[in-house]
Design a protein around this ligand. Sequence first.
Ligand code: ADP
Length: 257
Amino acid sequence: PHLNQHPWRDKDEFAEVVQSLNQLGKRIIKEEKLRGHMIADIAHELRTPLTILRSQLETLVLEGKAVSIQQLIPLVDETIHMQRLIHDLQELSLAEANQISLKRSWFGFQAWLEEIVDILKTQAIEKEIKVEIEGRILNEVYWDSSRMKQVLINLLGNAIKYTEHGGKVKVAVCQAQGIVKIQVIDNGPGIPPEKLPYIFQRFYRVEGSRNRSLGGAGLGLAIAKEFVEAHKGSIGVESECGEGTTFTIELPVFPDE
Ligand code: ADP
């Protein structure tokens, strides 16, 4: 509007403008705070493996003796951990900026699912956890198979990780009206109701009695949510303490481009 022409006609309109500017200001401050937290979280997550790596490498160098494979294995593990973290962060930031380009193709659902469950079997066997598939989807789906595989690995990996020795994990699948429903059900410790609203936030981990060494950086569920939503799907969770947790994904067989 021209300078000597009031853009608002009365006080109410003026108050409205002030209020929305106020809200905008608050939102910017909040987003800046979040960004600050995120950088602090990333620094924190990278610091621990780097410290371990550096001190162990320095010890090896100082000792000056021949290094055995056994001494090198934990160092390789730490670098793998850092690489995974950086990869996850990259994927997450692309997805959050809606810049992820899905590589979609038609593939058979059931064989794909069985392959994923097989990948996690070794982890499950170590804890004597039974993983079973319930239901069959016989047709093909048009998804980014590696991104959706990552989603299932994250959910199944958590189910196995957080469920006690000898527990049970089930993947239940069904399809109706062009929507595939996948549920990952465990009979593990469950998630307290007051923590449930936060578990899809990046870097969020339910602390407390759980061992810090169990989980990753708290990115798995944030990534799962972003990838599912990129496929025009939804993800939800139901949990009861002491009973178990169920994650439910609903995804169209053929998401619109
Ligand atoms: P993390 O790397 O810590 O596993 P996630 O984003 O995958 O991060 O999960 C966030 C948090 O949600 C976990 O730290 C854990 O506390 C909780 N959680 C996720 N899945 C389960 C589950 N199946 N049973 C109990 N707690 C779970």
